[in-house]
Design a protein around this ligand. Structure first.
Ligand SMILES: [Zn+2]
Ligand SMILES: [Zn+2]
Length: 281
């Protein structure tokens, strides 16, 4: 994806830039932040099952792997924050925490990400979405090419900006949460890890930069806690609540809204049974 970005300056069009921006929001804010992180990993709120599956498909478009790997890895990060079994521990350096870790098949300890996401693995629909996580991206790329050709003869511009440049932009937004928001910034809470609140990661990653708040209140749907800690993803969750699609929205120290739509919704990732993998995978 990074190599494909080399074509971006040569394929620039204004319509491609609009496609880029729209898909950054859809796949970064909705796919990764709202769905993979706050909904599937932490169950900070609940939505009807059909919507959870649609949102998960949108999450696969971020090209950060299927939901099982993503959710399991992040639960291990919370379980072992900044320790040796943290898959992207900053102890191995900033570059490791930022991006090198994900070039390793299992960067953490003896418990696999798949084990830590057992609730998703047990759901047959999630298993299928996970297995075919590459398919929506392929269909999107083909669709963008033909739509761009039809709109203004700029099919390749829409593919390069709507897939490669967009995926790389969202990659680094997500990765800065693991690297920069464990390195620079201020802390509202004395958590045992090195998590920090960092304003520019908050903007880049749609509210995820208030990462020290998140480590202190992992299940809270709201990561921004002061008035100036802008949290666009929480606003979206509240909007879903207003139209009746999001329920059981968790906040620090209190719970609002009505009962969960899905009573089988598992609890915090940190409470997942972490048993050693007998296959050692
Ligand atoms: Zn963290
Ligand atoms: Zn988290």
């Amino acid at each position: 994806m990074h190599v494909a970005c080399l074509a971006a300056p040569f394929t620039f069009t204004w319509s491609g830039l609009v496609v880029f921006g729209g898909l950054v929001w859809l796949t970064g804010a909705i796919g990764v932040t709202l769905t993979f992180h706050r909904l599937l990993t932490h169950r900070s709120f609940s939505v009807p099952a059909w919507l959870e599956y649609v949102l998960t498909v949108i999450g696969t478009l971020a090209w950060q792997g299927g939901a099982v790997q993503w959710v399991g890895t992040h639960r291990l990060h919370h379980k072992h924050s900044d320790g040796d079994e943290d898959p992207h521990t900053p102890r191995h350096g900033f570059t490791w925490a930022h991006m090198l870790w994900c070039m390793h098949r299992e960067a953490g300890g003896p418990v696999s990400a798949r084990q830590a996401a057992g609730d998703l693995v047990r759901d047959p629909v999630h298993r299928w979405i996970d297995r075919l996580f590459w398919l929506p991206q392929v269909l999107l790329a083909v669709g963008l090419y033909f739509a761009g050709q039809w709109w203004s003869g700029s099919g390749w511009s829409w593919v390069v900006w709507g897939v490669a440049a967009r995926v790389v932009f969202v990659y680094h937004g997500t990765w800065f949460v693991n690297s920069a928001a464990h390195t620079w910034g201020y802390r509202n809470y004395e958590t045992p890890d090195g998590s920090t609140n960092l304003w520019w990661v908050g903007l880049l990653a749609f509210g995820e930069g208030w990462h020290n708040n998140h480590h202190a209140h992992q299940r809270s749907a709201a990561h921004g806690q002061r008035w100036w800690e802008l949290d666009m993803t929480y606003w979206t969750i509240r909007a879903l609540g207003w139209v009746g699609l999001a329920r059981d929205i968790c906040l620090p120290g209190r719970r609002i809204r009505r009962r969960a739509v899905r009573s089988s919704a598992p609890v915090l990732g940190a409470q997942v049974a972490l048993t050693p993998d007998p296959q050692g995978s």
